[in-house]
Design a protein around this ligand. Structure first.
Ligand SMILES: Cc1cc2nc3c(=O)[nH]c(=O)nc-3n(C[C@H](O)[C@H](O)[C@H](O)COP(=O)(O)O)c2cc1C
Length: 594
């Protein structure tokens, strides 16, 4: 900020911010600045990652630097303008981040290492100048003018970067296969399908820093010898699509895209293909079919896309986060990247931390960090000071891990050994009020619904598995069901055609492994310890605590509570729908779940 620079106010306008009311906050700043006649610049940025603090608004002044306010509402705006912008005194009780301030939110960022998210929440995603001001497109310039395609591939290989879309395949090797494959035309595809429930890393990067992804795609195109790229993105991500379109236009007008890029012989164009939002379309061969205008069905590999992909041509397909790493690696060197992480899992990984966690949001950490550090040190522990029960890694393709695994390092190999997978980085935390059988049922009902139906093990196997899980949660399960469920899960895993079916049993197998006693309780005792499976839950009024106040009667929607005022009430089980409203509203804690 220059000597006479006006203060700047930046509001976080990612999808999470907008959902929390960021547009209203922005409008309030606009109104307030006008009303008080204050000279200040107003801007926008993407998600910084502190989704639990949205709406976030930063005030940048010469004297105070950058100060971030959290949970901002339009009502808070006049005080921020008057106190901070006019009188240069930050509103200390609303600060979440700022130089010289230590707040609980500081922990959320200090343990992170931001490569992929380096610009998210820091730049205006719709202004290419702000990306360029943070060294954007310098890596592209460098490779086009100083490094041969083969050496670019060598750098990526040396960095140790592995694909962030789930399987962790070495990126440099994939680029090399595509470069060496025979073909007059080659393609790059950016996989932005992101269909896992609980995952929002790719969307946030595209909304917050689209140019970093475009730059990665362009460098990949140069390295493998492609002239055309596609970004396959689900249509449910309208803001990401909008920002990508703006970024493409800007990149074109600045000479980073099109013909003779930056005055070199390199030509490259990128098209956006919006998908209808089917989970299986994230699978690379199904995705390719979808771009070609066919139904998004996977096919057997080999041949792999690197040799025969889009329209039968060699195609390099990588995930959004994979591409967002590339420019940083080129600019900072393979050595700096490979110094981060573990022996076999280099660099950082972005996780979408959600569920029963105090600080939910986007977290980028070095590989090798433990689950405990992410969940407790960064995430602040369990919401409402509850007790940790489980963490689901990698969404419906992943697995559910118990408390005794909290100290394992997060890297591809260790996670795979637990039965879960790194996946794309969804991390859903569960507390003791979560029933793991119900959780497994949730993820399996998702994959069962999303199965394309092409192969029998996936189409019917997941259906039969789901039926068993439904029986268990209804208290109708038998001992034999546990045996059947495990065997069926193993069969579906080995016999399915694509990754969807091959990974769909993971939530079931891991919960059976780490929470066996809960499955057994559902069968043998007809009990759900978490009190989630309503058919297995009974609400009981404790005689010694009930004061006969009648509040429970007022809240019961089905008149299941019987008795008279000032006497002890009872619950008629035949009428009770197990909604729990009576327990929630009882002022004497006289109602419990049995
Ligand atoms: C059912 C299914 C869904 C997938 N969804 C995605 C996705 O949404 N995004 C993604 O990048 N990869 C997804 N993948 C993995 C891709 O098939 C592919 O491995 C990946 O895009 C390769 O990129 P990478 O090497 O950068 O990881 C999915 C795989 C399966 C089996």
């Amino acid at each position: 900020m220059g000597e006479n620079a006006a203060p700047k106010i930046v509001v976080g306008l990612g999808s999470c911010g907008i959902a929390a009311g960021a547009r209203e906050v922005l409008a309030a700043f606009e109104r307030e600045l006008k009303r008080q006649g204050v000279r200040a610049k107003l801007g926008r940025t993407g998600c910084l990652g502190l989704c639990y603090r949205e709406v976030l608004a930063d005030v940048i002044t010469k004297s105070q630097g950058r100060i971030s306010y959290g949970n901002v509402t339009p009502e808070m705006v006049p005080r921020i303008v008057e106190q901070h912008i006019i009188n240069d005194k930050p509103v200390e009780e609303w600060i979440v981040l700022g130089d010289g301030y230590t707040t609980p939110d500081t922990d959320f960022l200090t343990r992170q290492y931001r490569i992929v998210l380096r610009n998210c929440g820091r730049i205006d995603p719709e202004a290419i100048e702000e990306y360029i001001a943070r060294d954007g497109y310098q890596a592209l310039q460098k490779v086009l003018t100083e490094i041969s395609p083969e050496n670019v591939i060598l750098i990526i290989k040396e960095s140790g970067l592995r694909g962030r879309g789930g399987a962790g395949f070495p990126t440099g090797l994939k680029w090399e296969f595509t470069r060496k494959a025979k073909g007059d035309k080659k393609y790059i595809i950016c996989n932005a399908d992101e269909g896992d429930p609980g995952a929002f890393m790719d969307r946030s990067v595209l909304e917050g820093d689209p140019h970093s992804v475009l730059e990665g795609i362009l460098i990949a195109g140069y390295a493998v010898g492609a002239q055309e790229g596609f970004i396959y993105i689900r249509a449910e991500y309208p803001l990401a699509v909008k920002r990508l379109k703006i970024a493409l236009e800007q990149a074109k007008s600045h000479g980073f895209l099109g013909n003779n890029i930056l005055g070199t012989p390199f030509n490259f164009n990128i098209k956006i293909k919006e998908g209808a939002g089917a989970f299986v379309c994230g699978e690379e061969t199904a995705l390719i079919a979808s771009i070609e205008g066919r139904r998004g069905m996977p096919r057997l590999r080999p041949p792999f896309p690197a040799t025969s992909g889009l329209w039968g041509k060699p195609t390099c397909i990588n995930n959004v986060e994979t591409f967002a790493n590339i420019a940083w690696i080129i600019s900072n060197g393979a050595g700096k990247y490979s110094a981060i992480g573990t022996e076999k899992s280099k660099g950082t990984k972005v996780f979408a931390l959600t569920g029963k966690i105090k600080r939910s949001g986007l977290v980028e950490v070095p590989m090798g960090i433990t689950l405990r550090e992410i969940i407790f040190d960064i995430g602040g522990g369990i919401k409402d000071d509850g007790k940790f029960k489980a963490v689901q890694l990698g969404g419906p393709s992943g697995g559910c891990l118990s408390a005794d695994l909290l100290d394992i390092p997060i890297d591809y190999e260790t996670i795979t050994r637990t039965g879960a997978i790194m996946g794309s980085g969804g991390m859903v935390v569960a507390d003791e009020r979560t029933c793991v059988v119900d959780l497994a049922k949730f993820f399996l009902s998702f994959t069962q619904n999303e199965s394309c139906g092409e192969c029998v093990p996936c189409r019917l196997g997941t259906k039969r598995m789901l039926e068993i899980l439904i029986r268990l949660t209804q208290g109708k399960g038998e001992e034999e069901d546990l045996y059947l469920l495990r065997n069926l899960a193993r069969d579906v895993k080995v016999a399915s055609l694509c990754g969807l079916g091959q990974t769909a049993p993971n939530p079931v197998l891991t919960t059976l492994e780490y929470f066996k006693e809960e499955y057994e309780a559902h069968v043998r005792e007809r009990r759900c310890y978490a009190g989630v499976c309503t058919d297995l839950t009974v609400f009981v009024i404790k005689d010694n605590l009930c004061k006969g106040c009648g509040i429970c009667v007022k809240h019961c929607p089905v008149e299941a509570i019987v008795g008279k005022r000032k006497e002890i009430y009872h619950i008629d089980e035949s009428k009770c729908i197990k909604c729990g409203l009576c327990m929630e509203h009882c002022p004497f804690d006289a109602i419990y779940r049995a």
